[in-house]
Design a protein around this ligand. Structure first.
Ligand code: 13P
Length: 354
């Protein structure tokens, strides 16, 4: 019988399904609400999350949801813990457990993600609240001279220690080393940095005894920097991304679930679809764990108003369905509503501080 963690990892990347990342901290969600004139209170944040978690039919394409501390402790308007609202639909509750990227001493402009102190007890408490997987995000900045080897080593070590603690506490770790899209670097620099980071992360994971079958990797795609003059076609991004992952991600890893990283929501779907259509070996399931690319249209549609809850739920359903199809390589433009405009509004794609 497969280990329980292995079946959770497998269920999270079940065919045609991926993860909804809805773990924005209070300050980050407040910033997103501010841009739309929505007041951020415990109640409005709860209402928003409850809307996302109760989108009819979305569970067909959403295997798990990543929450944060406030959300996992909240109850629905009907009085049910939000984690249970999810598990009743067969959606696996997950939890973000890092405490954020902090300046890395001795390496100006770079960060190391913190949160290891007391982590064992927090993981155990979250397991008791229904969480079955966790996530930790390392942030890697690219410039002409960065990332430094000090930054890569510190973040890889923290990711590996987090991974080992999660497995000890019966949670599947999602290991997220994000090479940022911010910057004017080329796609080739992103490729190089992503490869170096993945190599260091897997070396550390293996050294710390993390079972690769019982974790998921959440990487960035290989893209030119947002401020770069270079543009790359969907096919070029897919090819570079898959080549980089094939080189550095061991076949034992159960699944690769991409972050969207500030890409336009439809573009993030098109990239995932193209990666899944490429020929050649793909030893892991390739899916999504999108935050902004799944939520932005729903947040826009809802706009903080009760009368819009239904259209907000429908907006989430649409993006979930398109991304579910992209996991199978079956997404096409015809699945998008013609009147929906050109994708994510720019002003909100910028917000991501967590
Ligand atoms: P985005 O898809 O908005 O990048 O969020 C997913 C995530 O978890 C990044 O840390």
């Amino acid at each position: 019988m497969p280990h329980q963690l292995e079946s959770v990892a497998a269920a999270l990347v079940d065919e045609g399904k991926g993860i909804l990342a809805a773990y924005e901290t209070v300050p980050t969600l407040t910033k997103r609400f501010d841009t739309l004139g929505i007041q951020s209170t415990e109640q409005t944040r709860r209402n928003y999350r409850e809307m996302l978690f109760s989108s009819p039919g979305a569970a067909e394409f959403i295997s798990g949801v990543i929450m944060q501390d406030e959300t996992i402790r909240q109850r629905s308007s009907g009085g049910m813990p939000l984690a249970e609202v999810l598990s009743q639909q067969g959606v696996i509750p997950g939890i973000k457990v890092d405490t954020g990227a902090k300046p890395l001493a001795g390496s100006p402009g770079e960060t190391v993600t913190e949160g290891l102190d007391g982590l064992r007890d927090r993981l155990s408490a979250y397991h008791g609240m229904g969480a079955r997987f966790a996530k930790w995000r390392a942030v890697i900045r690219v410039t002409k001279t960065l990332p430094s080897s000090a930054c890569i080593a510190a973040n890889a070590q923290a990711l590996a220690r987090y991974g080992a603690l999660c497995q000890e506490q019966d949670l599947v770790p999602i290991v997220e080393p994000e090479v940022l899209m911010d910057g004017s670097h080329s796609i080739e620099r992103c490729d190089e940095a992503t490869g170096t980071v993945l190599q260091a992360v897997f070396r550390a994971l293996i050294e710390q005894g993390v079972a690769l079958e019982q974790m998921l990797l959440k990487p960035n795609m290989v893209l030119p920097g947002k401020q770069s003059a270079q543009s790359a076609s969907v096919q070029e991004v897919a090819t570079a991304t898959l080549r980089c992952l094939r080189r550095y991600v061991p076949a034992a890893v159960h699944g690769v679930v991409f972050l969207s990283g500030g890409q336009d929501d439809r573009v993030a779907t098109a990239h995932l679809n193209a990666i899944n259509r490429l020929p050649g070996p793909r030893p892991w399931r390739v899916s999504f764990s999108y935050g902004r690319a799944l939520q932005d249209s729903a947040l826009d549609a809802w706009h903080g108003r009760d009368e819009n809850l239904e259209v907000g739920r429908q907006a989430l359903y649409r993006r979930a369905r398109c991304n579910g199809a992209a996991c199978r390589g079956e997404y096409s433009d015809e699945m998008e509503p013609a009147a929906a405009g050109a994708g994510t509004p720019h002003h909100r794609r910028e917000w991501h501080d967590d």
